[in-house]
Design a protein around this ligand. Structure first.
Ligand code: ZN
Ligand code: ZN
Length: 259
């Protein structure tokens, strides 16, 4: 099945409307897509909606389903920033909506939005950043807030490569994901970032497979042309690692379908 669970619209930081995204996905032959605009509890945040605007995201999904629901499955997802000290507020902000799935992201280390702000990298060693980032990611997985963990090794975005082997850290992370019941996404946008490879890379992907962590696919599209980018290659990699199924969601319940 052709499924893309990670896309943004003009309601957060995307360049196209819901309708433009839906029409392109239909044209590209997708069976199912999910919108995942950004929600950030810490405001102001120019690329994310605040709690009071989540209702608008849901209204758009309902409108799109009425119009195009017979041609394509349209799911209500959201990409949520994790902050260990604001978990209850995040939970409360999300509880009144009928999400199909909730994607959890670590875009911040403390208050540093490291994936848009390059100014602080010189302060830390790569190994320190990996430890810091993966502890946050592990806590996010354990929080019970999320169904899917976004771009699991986003810390490498600006070619931040570890100085020493991260095999143990990756295995530990995979074990925590498995125990927490979360899936991870194979996020194909990394290929177009400075790091030049998918999130996660092969070593972490293998650790997830060995631990039995379910996988979803997401292009992290911020414009319609990016829907399903590099998905052919992504499927090949998943199969090579050993995955035969990907995971889909309805009302926050997992189902599997063949890749
Ligand atoms: Zn993200
Ligand atoms: Zn995203």
């Amino acid at each position: 099945m052709n499924i893309d669970y990670h896309m943004h619209t003009t309601l957060s930081d995307g360049h196209n409307s819901h309708e433009e995204m839906v029409l392109t996905a239909i044209e590209k032959g997708f069976d199912e897509i999910g919108f995942s605009d950004h929600f950030c509890i810490k405001q102001p945040c120019k690329w994310a909606v605040d709690a009071s605007s989540i209702g608008q995201l849901e209204e758009k999904i309902i409108e799109m389903r009425e119009k195009y629901g017979e041609q394509i499955n349209i799911l209500f997802g959201i990409e949520v920033d994790y902050f260990s000290d604001r978990q209850e507020e995040i939970r409360k902000s999300l509880q009144q909506f009928n999400f199909d799935y909730i994607i959890g992201s670590v875009h911040f280390l403390d208050d540093w939005n490291y994936d848009t702000d390059k100014s602080r990298y010189a302060e830390f060693s790569s190994d320190f950043l990996y430890e810091w980032y993966f502890r946050e990611l592990q806590n996010a997985a354990k929080s019970g807030l999320f169904d899917i963990m976004a771009h699991p090794d986003l810390i490498k975005k600006f070619k931040i490569w570890p100085e020493t082997s991260k095999k143990q850290l990756f295995e530990e992370t995979a074990g925590i994901f498995a125990n927490s019941g979360v899936a991870f996404e194979l996020n194909t946008s990394g290929k177009d970032r400075p790091c030049g490879e998918f999130f996660p890379g092969n070593e972490l992907l293998e650790a997830f497979f060995k631990a039995g962590v379910p996988v979803t696919m997401g292009s992290d599209s911020h414009m319609k042309e990016q829907i399903g980018r590099h998905f052919g290659e992504a499927r090949t990699i998943l199969k090579k690692i050993g995955y035969t199924n990907i995971t889909r969601y309805r009302n926050r319940k997992q189902e599997t379908v063949t890749i």
